[in-house]
Design a protein around this ligand. Structure first.
Ligand SMILES: NC(=O)c1ccc[n+]([C@@H]2O[C@H](COP(=O)([O-])OP(=O)(O)OC[C@H]3O[C@@H](n4cnc5c(N)ncnc54)[C@H](O)[C@@H]3O)[C@@H](O)[C@H]2O)c1
Length: 384
């Protein structure tokens, strides 16, 4: 495997450690020489490339992990597919609807494996809820929430003081939901999107911009050029509502600028015979209520973990320890393991190009909705 984008791309190393007979990282491409220098120091056998085309044409790799800033993912994935390589793409997959279709076409034309690396689908509670949904324990889903609340203001600047891609997204006047897949991915799997249901329409609303410029004023001085709402105009918090063909409603919130503790894994699921509520902070228990199973009397929450013996996802039962050993809560291991499995068997990966583009399409669709004052817009039918 080769990696493009040598920072987040490093997460392959953990999976390589626990899957040594299946994956070998042999090349890294990055436009930043200091990043390549770090890799050469840590892994002298690794080939390093400053030009992506050189790595694609090297003949040394079978697959690429695309881990550059999001705006580059679609183009770099298409280039790799056209070079005859399998692609594992970081989130999100594409920034425009045109690129969503281009990606689908490139995957179809290449016959190669494409998977989006949405690791939040693989956390232990999210997989356990998926297992419960598939066993019908919660009944028919009707409503779900996902939120990714991650105060990224301290990550907006490179060491030289220039804005990086996270910072530039705060300086971008185009309003929308710019990071939807961590919150949407697990929920889409629970609701069977593309597996019985589909997203139909979506509307997004964005708050005013307060977090970014205030952070700059506080930490870099109120006379800093970016210490003004006009220069950091991206709204702090985006709320997206999605309706589905089977009459479900999904509510997503993405917030990377409000001053508050993180809550990157907020999820809710309501079914006709049960309800799920994720933990609010690390260490708190996720909660569940199941009709005719949870304690009798008035409906009462119980810890999800009390039901682990019956409903732990089989993958977490069998591979949980290995996954944890690979780091980052286990999600990165499952992503790489499922990608490799799909490459080796030729079977579709669990998060295929249709899932990837549908979940990612919330970015351009949210921009369109906000520009029309929050009007609902149709979600394209990517998979007939
Ligand atoms: N799934 C997760 O949990 C998770 C966590 C962190 C980041 N991410 C995703 O990973 C991606 C990268 O995030 P990051 O935090 O590592 O960002 P980063 O800015 O720290 O790193 C991006 C790297 O890409 C390199 N790069 C930029 N343009 C390039 C080009 N044209 N060719 C080659 N290299 C190029 C940069 O030099 C940098 O080293 C993003 O898409 C982000 O959404 C996902």
């Amino acid at each position: 495997m080769g990696v493009v984008g040598g920072n987040r791309g490093g997460c392959v190393v953990g999976a390589e450690r626990v899957l040594p007979d299946k994956v070998r990282l042999s090349a890294v491409c990055d436009i930043d020489e200091t990043v390549l220098e770090r890799w050469r120091r840590d892994q002298p056998d690794l080939k390093t490339y400053a030009r992506y085309e050189d790595m694609l044409g090297s003949g040394e790799i079978d697959a690429v992990f695309v881990a550059t800033p999001p705006a580059l993912h679609a183009e770099q994935a298409v280039q790799a597919l056209q070079a005859g390589l399998h692609v594992l793409s970081e989130v999100y997959a594409a920034t425009t609807i045109e690129d969503c279709w281009r990606l689908i076409e490139a995957v179809r034309a290449s016959g190669k494996t494409y998977m989006m690396a949405e690791n939040y689908c693989y956390t232990r509670p999210n997989m356990m809820v998926l297992n419960m949904v598939r066993q019908g324990v919660l009944g028919e889903p009707t409503y779900a929430e996902g939120a990714y609340i991650h105060d990224c203001r301290s990550l907006m600047f490179d060491p030289d003081g220039s804005l990086n891609w996270r910072g530039r997204s705060r300086a971008n006047p185009v309003q929308g939901n710019w990071y939807p897949t961590h919150s949407l991915g697990p929920v889409a799997q629970w609701l069977g999107i593309h597996r019985g249901d589909r997203m139909v329409s979506t509307a997004t609303f964005v708050t005013r911009a307060e977090g970014g410029w205030r952070y700059v004023a506080e930490h870099m001085g109120s006379d800093h050029p970016l210490a003004s709402p006009n220069r950091m105009p991206a709204g702090d918090s985006a709320t997206t509502v999605i309706t589905t063909r089977r009459g479900c409603v999904i509510v997503l919130r993405v917030d990377s600028a409000s001053p508050r503790p993180h809550n990157m894994t907020h999820y809710v699921l309501q079914g006709t015979s049960g309800s799920y509520l994720s933990e609010r902070w690390h260490g708190e228990s996720p909660l569940v209520w199941i009709k005719d199973r949870s304690p009798e009397g008035e409906p009462q929450w119980q810890s999800l973990w009390e039901l682990a013996d019956d409903f732990e996802h089989p993958r977490w039962k069998a591979e949980g320890e290995t996954a944890q050993a690979a780091g980052h809560g286990g999600g990165d291991y499952f992503v790489v393991a499922d990608f490799i499995q799909a490459v080796l068997t030729g079977e579709p990966p669990p998060i295929d190009v249709y899932d990837a583009v549908a979940w990612s399409s919330i970015v351009p669709l949210s921009i369109e909705s906000v520009s029309r004052g929050g009007e609902p817009v149709d979600v394209p039918l990517f998979r007939a």
